[in-house]
Ligand binder design. Sequence first.
Ligand code: SAH
Length: 242
Amino acid sequence: MRDTPRLYVARKLAERAEHALEQDQAHYVRDVMRLKPGDPLRLFNEGDGEWLGFLTQATRKTVTLRIEKKLAEVAPPPDIDFVFAPLKHARLDYLVQKATELGARRLRPVITQRTIVGRVNLERMRANAVEAAEQCNLVFVPEVAEPLKLDRLLTGWEEGRALIHCDEGAEGQDTLAVLKGLRLPAALLVGPEGGFTPEERAALRRLPFVTAISLGPRIMRADTAGTAALALVQATLGDWQP
Ligand code: SAH
């Protein structure tokens, strides 16, 4: 079943439902995957789980399929938000895909003083999250939130959610022990390529729900740091342990 093509379909998935694919997915199924009527497909979304479907038509005009049966329930990852300063294109694409694979529940772009990105392309981010979910057999797609300025994000912070601040200026400490002392729900904050300003770091340090962690003696690029930190959080607080 794992080699059956898998598609994210944003519409309601239910037994015997008939679906006509949108143009780009129709092209992919008909012209790239070259599927023929009768071929199976796995269809999923974050509301209805994963379903088995079969192609019923594959013409230039339309590609339709019929949903047969449910294969898997929705499987949301642990309640860990990934809060990050958006980066430039390729690195942002990479970061969104890795955060999705690493089980971020929500992707929350934050605009800090040194963030060097103009308009944040949420559609592009969402497409990257969907693509990562399709390829990694996730029966879930993280929500991509609207970007917020750091101060707005902090003043509206959700009660009870631990904010783990990847602070490039944090002195070395036993990061694993610090993380193990926390509880979900949590969020992980990674800064822009230019890092956090001293004022931002001081403001973060003053907040009771913030825990600063060091990611070791080397300063990593933001996409590397985000990936490494999500791995640490999943391994200590998330679902990488039995
Ligand atoms: N230009 C900055 C570094 C920014 S690195 C400087 O030279 O100080 C981009 C982001 O990755 C940082 O804001 C931080 O969130 C994270 N990061 C990178 N290396 C880190 C480390 N060793 N410890 C904690 N966070 C780190």
